[in-house]
Design a protein around this ligand. Structure first.
Ligand code: HEM
Length: 155
């Protein structure tokens, strides 16, 4: 069960990153070309929101069952790079990114002009992308990424 959840959490990052990048490029293009905010943009944003919140649910479950998170012995966990990363850094960076993606969507829909909508989507989602890329325990990251794979079990 635990390993299945880690796998799902690991794979879902690629759907999330793909949708996020797609929405960023699209909103930038539509903003620059002054094109209307349309149903497709809205649907991509909705899929991204679903994906992001699913990742949040998986992350929250993992937070309470993962051996890499230590809540009972918090002070000694802070001295260990890997435990500190998953207990504090990864969770808080990703929560912030999820808040940005959520605010980008809700905020954009409330704005009056299409230009303002695309601009908001572009800036907040770009910030979220930077945070996510920095907060992922990539296999090439020293200590944190040790034993992790780009594609679970493959490479
Ligand atoms: C945008 C959202 C997120 C992304 C893209 C993301 C991505 C990842 C990735 C790629 C891993 C490594 C999986 C592997 O070994 O292949 C991971 C691990 C983990 N994530 Fe997240 N995460 C996100 C949000 C969260 C949140 C919000 C939490 C908790 C509140 C969380 C908790 C964890 C934990 C505890 C692990 C370690 C699992 C283990 O190996 O035991 N994640 N995350």
């Amino acid at each position: 069960m635990y390993s299945l959840l880690v796998q799902m959490h690991s794979y879902l990052r690629y759907f999330l990153l793909f949708l996020l990048l797609f929405l960023i490029i699209r909103s930038f293009y539509y903003w620059q070309k002054r094109l209307p905010y349309n149903t497709q943009t809205n649907i991509i944003g909705l899929y991204l929101l679903i994906c992001t919140h699913l990742q949040l649910v998986l992350g929250l479950i993992l937070y309470f069952i993962s051996p890499y998170v230590s809540l009972t012995n918090f002070s000694s966990a802070m001295k260990d790079k890997v435990q500190r990363f998953f207990t504090v850094e990864h969770a808080s960076i990703m929560l912030l990114a999820i808040i940005l993606i959520t605010v980008a969507r809700i905020g954009a829909r409330r704005l009056q002009t299409d230009e303002a909508k695309h601009k908001r989507l572009f800036f907040l989602n770009t910030l979220a992308l930077i945070l996510i890329l920095g907060g992922i325990p990539w296999p090439f990251r020293e200590a944190i990424g040790q034993g992790r794979h780009l594609l679970f079990h493959f490479f």
